[in-house]
Design a protein around this ligand. Structure first.
Ligand SMILES: NC(=O)c1ccc[n+]([C@@H]2O[C@H](COP(=O)([O-])OP(=O)(O)OC[C@H]3O[C@@H](n4cnc5c(N)ncnc54)[C@H](OP(=O)(O)O)[C@@H]3O)[C@@H](O)[C@H]2O)c1
Length: 375
């Protein structure tokens, strides 16, 4: 079968996933190209879409998952001048990326440098872009600043720590005690949220730093007032995710956060939105959303992604890929993501079979020495 993809026919747990085979290749229309996908996302965000819990998205079923893609153009539709067969490209698609073949508008693609491995490029599209824009655009982080990152062992957190190293930013990373090594390896000061002295330790580190310049929050667990009290007078709090509520629900054996957690979640979200709208010029509260930011500023997305590709080419960043999965293993990947068993990123390998690539354990994650200060 020419096309294979990861589809859901109903919203729910990993059991709703199935590998579907189509006999016909999709055909690009005017202004479109078809991409032979080489790698796509297996990220926490995909699990939210699988459960129909992703804010602002109302997908219809059946649905192919996959938030981003990297691959090669294998057919060009009419009226496309800028792309040719064989060009390597990347795109953020929200849904539909977990497939071997995909048609996309030519105008939405970003060129991928020839020599880069698709498996190492893929985490840059959703995950590193989120960390980069949240830290350096919304957070306005600079070399020498002190940062606090909640969710530091996860996909976005590990990307943020990698970028902090590349740009000479000092980071404190918060995750559960079992992930101490993953956070410390990235050169960050580690704080375990599941130890009784976590809050006091974070207060002390904040006092030592005279307040954190940026707090990046991918987990949203501590009371918002305690977190905001750790900001520098001109600091920025950038919220982007609510992992903690989903982790807690999973630990309790529930598919989704219960009523109390959902109310707290909604209250936090509304409070962050309200504080964002009335932030003055000094201390600011921001909710980052990659899709909204891209829709508003597609040229920034293109420029930032190209810059991330350059950092990867130069060996200044090195995505922490915990494991690479094939389509037939995607259900296992989703189970592990639901259970919070991810350090860094999982990646879905969709390359044609002739490419031999080690699946598990992951490819080498050897890191370049910490680069000097500045971009
Ligand atoms: N707004 C956007 O544009 C955007 C873009 C990408 C992702 N996201 C969202 O960002 C969030 C994180 O994504 P991800 O892919 O990095 O997820 P992930 O890989 O599952 O990582 C989640 C992280 O949260 C940590 N965590 C869980 N409970 C915590 C707690 N109580 N206190 C502190 N940390 C806690 C986990 O640590 P342990 O494993 O040690 O518990 C882990 O480091 C998700 O909600 C995702 O949907 C948003």
């Amino acid at each position: 079968m020419p096309v294979q993809r990861l589809e859901i026919g109903a919203f729910g747990g990993p059991e709703v996933l199935r590998v579907v085979r189509d006999t016909a290749l999709p055909v690009p229309g005017p202004g479109e190209v078809r991409i032979r996908v080489e790698a796509s996302s297996l990220a926490f965000t995909d699990t939210l879409i699988r459960r129909n819990l992703y804010p602002g998205l109302k997908p219809s079923l059946p649905l192919t998952l996959g938030y981003d893609i990297v691959g090669r153009i294998d057919e060009v539709g009419p009226d496309v001048a800028q792309w040719h067969i064989g060009d390597r490209v990347a795109d953020l698609v929200q849904v539909g990326g977990n497939t071997t073949h995909l048609v996309r508008p030519a105008a939405s693609l970003v060129a991928v440098p020839k020599g880069l491995d698709a498996i190492r490029v893929e985490p840059l599209i959703l995950t590193y872009m989120t960390a980069y824009q949240a830290l350096f655009f919304e957070g306005d982080a600079k070399a020498g600043d002190a940062l606090l990152i909640y969710g530091a062992s996860g996909a976005v957190g590990q990307a943020a720590l990698d970028l902090c190293r590349a740009f000479g930013v000092r980071a404190v990373g918060v995750a559960s005690a079992k992930h101490e090594d993953a956070v410390a390896r990235m050169g960050a000061t580690f704080v375990a949220y599941d130890r009784p002295d976590a809050s006091a330790t974070l207060d002390r580190l904040s006092r030592d730093a005279k307040g954190f310049k940026v707090i990046l929050d991918a987990a949203r667990s501590e009371a918002l007032s305690s977190v905001l009290a750790r900001l520098a007078p001109d600091g920025r709090f950038v919220a982007l995710g609510f992992s903690a509520a989903f982790r807690a629900a999973h630990r309790a054996g529930n598919a989704r956060p219960g009523l109390l957690a959902a109310l707290r979640f909604a209250f936090d979200f509304l409070r962050i939105q309200w504080l964002s709208s009335r932030s003055g010029t000094a201390r600011r509260v921001i909710f980052y959303d990659i899709s909204k930011r891209r829709a508003r500023h597609p040229e920034w997305f293109r420029a930032d992604l190209s810059m991330l590709f350059t950092l990867l080419e130069q060996g200044r960043i090195s995505p922490h890929i915990q494991r690479v999965f094939g389509l037939g293993e995607a259900i296992e990947a989703h189970r592990l993501m639901d259970a919070g068993q991810v350090e860094g990123r999982f990646v879905l390998d969709l390359a044609p079979p002739r490419k031999l690539r080690p699946r598990s354990p992951a490819p080498s994650v050897a890191r370049a020495p910490a680069p000097g200060v500045g971009g």
